[in-house]
Design a protein around this ligand. Sequence first.
Ligand SMILES: NC(=O)c1ccc[n+]([C@@H]2O[C@H](COP(=O)([O-])OP(=O)(O)OC[C@H]3O[C@@H](n4cnc5c(N)ncnc54)[C@H](OP(=O)(O)O)[C@@H]3O)[C@@H](O)[C@H]2O)c1
Length: 322
Amino acid sequence: MQGDKGMHTVPLGDTGEQVSAMCLGAMYFGSRNDEESSYLLLEQYVGAGGSFIDTANVYAHWAGPGWQGGESEALLGRWMKDRGNRDWLFIASKVGFDMPGVERGLTASQIEAECDKSLKRLGTDTIDLYYAHVDDRYTPLEETLEAYARLVQAGKVRYIGASNYLAWRLEQARAISRAHGWPEFCCIQQRYTYLRPKPGASFDPQVAVNDDLLDFCDARRDDITLLAYSVLLSGAYTRHDRPISDQYAGPDTDARLAVLRAVAAEVGVTPNQVVLAWMLHSDPVVIPLIAASRPEHLQENLDALDVTLSADQMARLDFASG
Ligand SMILES: NC(=O)c1ccc[n+]([C@@H]2O[C@H](COP(=O)([O-])OP(=O)(O)OC[C@H]3O[C@@H](n4cnc5c(N)ncnc54)[C@H](OP(=O)(O)O)[C@@H]3O)[C@@H](O)[C@H]2O)c1
């Protein structure tokens, strides 16, 4: 089932597991993206050698009237059954956000009940990577982490990850797990793109990467992998119908956009591809989540795997605003 092109792989934290350098975001599969187009996009990604797919229990109840959440997992379950490819894939899902009939939170009972529902929708015995989708400051971390440990012990989950956590909470969680001999969060999935939010910008309840988290991931490079979501800002780098949101407005963004466009022109690729390539080339490595509803967009994003940026171009991108 794997494509013959072969996407390169990168380590996932300290798990010893290698995962595809680009992860496919399946958020709108089965809702905004209908069955047929979702299957095509999945096959296009797998055909490019990718095997790492990202979903969540809540995807995507907000997509429109009639959606309840669970549509993305259910579509993946049908597709994997049809194609018989479950064993080739590395499936990530998440729990913690609210959806119709489910409150936001990471209590033991929420985690355990939602995991069983996700397993059923996915039609699998094991979720490869199970995230805490958003930090829950009202439930003791011990309760959350012990519940995750029980899922790993039961074989329902292989590895655990965090999403939308601040660096200090992530380290606190890992220290608690370590003290109890429980599995530790092996990765952090955060909002991250080439543009930097202006000081004080909020994406609540989403949490954007900040210098603190980047420093943490650098220091813990052998233990924790950073995964990035909303990398292409819904297409805003290249689409006039998708303005760059106000949270990014300011001189830093102006300087970064100018360098981004200059580098894209030099290399002969699109700004989206430079953003993705910049992430793929970063040290420590960052795994971008790519998502699209049109095959030509997905292809553009996949083709960023072949884009090479020189050390000088990387430095200009990194230090665009001086
Ligand atoms: N952990 C979290 O809290 C969290 C939050 C958000 C997302 N995620 C994950 O991250 C994945 C990606 O998130 P996202 O959708 O916010 O990512 P994004 O990269 O900001 O946006 C993807 C959208 O951008 C447009 N696009 C993609 N490639 C393009 C291209 N080459 N040219 C022009 N437009 C392009 C498409 O819009 P159209 O489809 O409208 O054409 C596509 O659906 C999700 O599927 C989900 O798995 C996680």
